[in-house]
Design a protein around this ligand. Structure first.
Ligand SMILES: NC(=O)c1ccc[n+]([C@@H]2O[C@H](COP(=O)([O-])OP(=O)(O)OC[C@H]3O[C@@H](n4cnc5c(N)ncnc54)[C@H](O)[C@@H]3O)[C@@H](O)[C@H]2O)c1
Length: 279
């Protein structure tokens, strides 16, 4: 992790951060890292999360304004962008760290999805990226060269059974990032997703079998699972001017998990476990 002083990578930059709920939230850690690097920003979350979460504490700590917005409500998103305009004029970065699946919450397996809930999952966790970019663009608040990031998960590419319809939502999220990235590139605006390893947050822990997924990834990834603070450091580089030509990418931040094949220790344990059966 960068030291308390930071590197001044976001000095003079302004942004909008969605998805900080409590201090474990990845967006919360990202907001602190952005502040450390010299950025000013507004924070947004759904009204219900503002009632039950602790966002005011983060706002106080970072001097940020909190602007409520339920991203499943198009008018809310449109209004939010007007308020951001009043607050900052134009912005240089935007973080989408929003995910929610009623099917996962209520433990509905993939073969028995409730389709109304699935629509919610896709709307809140993926289509919302399209909405926030569209209405930010329509309000003309995106500076040329701005950087937009959304948080994804490797369930978009590989099968993680417990992640249910969130796997589909992440695949759509990554596709929207690519498609919008191609349309904003003429203004130097970048749109990327970061595919973060399992992280112990409120959304993460809400997935049945999360501890097993976390431990499996931790064992397979040569560098181990990155923390939310390490994810925040990576996001800072992508919001900064040091990555001006990185766009339309899904960038793995997973300690090497996506490329790793086997873990020797795990193989040895398995060999020992099944040794009796082979005899
Ligand atoms: N925790 C993990 O293991 C992990 C791994 C990879 C990617 N991610 C992704 O990171 C992002 C942040 O999740 P997190 O793990 O920090 O959990 P979190 O629960 O702290 O954050 C999820 C946020 O989404 C917000 N949200 C839900 N519905 C909303 C709505 N209708 N309008 C506006 N906001 C809404 C919640 O209020 C919450 O702040 C999500 O996209 C998640 O899928 C998480």
């Amino acid at each position: 992790m960068a030291d308390q002083q930071g590197y001044g990578l976001l000095k003079g930059k302004k942004g909008l951060i969605f998805g900080a709920l409590d201090e474990r939230s990845i967006a919360w850690r990202i907001a602190l890292a952005c502040q450390r690097e010299g950025a000013e920003f507004s924070l947004s979350n759904a009204p219900v999360a503002l009632r039950f979460g602790e966002l005011d504490d983060l706002a106080e700590e970072t001097g940020a304004k909190v602007i409520p917005c339920d991203v499943s409500n198009e008018e809310d998103v449109e209004e939010l962008m007007q308020k951001v305009k009043e607050e900052h004029g134009k912005i240089d970065f935007m973080l989408h760290a929003i995910g929610m699946s009623p099917n996962v919450r209520k433990n509905k397996g993939y073969e028995e999805l409730n389709y109304q809930w699935m629509q919610k999952t896709l709307d809140i966790s993926a289509v919302s990226l399209h909405k926030v970019i569209r209405y930010a663009d329509e309000a003309d608040i995106l500076n040329d060269g701005a950087s937009i990031l959304a948080l994804s998960y490797i369930g978009a590419q590989r099968i993680f059974s417990k992640y249910s319809d969130m796997n589909d939502a992440k695949a759509l999220l990554e596709s929207i990032a690519r498609n919008y990235g191609s349309r904003l590139a003429d203004r130097g605006i970048r749109v990327n997703t970061i595919s973060q390893a399992p992280t112990k947050t409120s959304a993460g822990s809400g997935i049945k079998g999360f501890d097993g997924m976390y431990t499996f990834a931790e064992k397979i990834a040569p560098l181990g699972n990155p923390s939310a603070d390490e994810c925040a450091d990576y996001c800072v580089t992508l919001f900064s001017d040091l990555t001006r030509k990185v766009t339309m990418q899904n960038l793995y931040h997973d300690g090497g998990f996506v490329t790793a094949g086997i873990d020797e220790e795990m193989i040895n344990d398995l060999a020992e476990m099944y040794a009796d059966e082979d005899e």
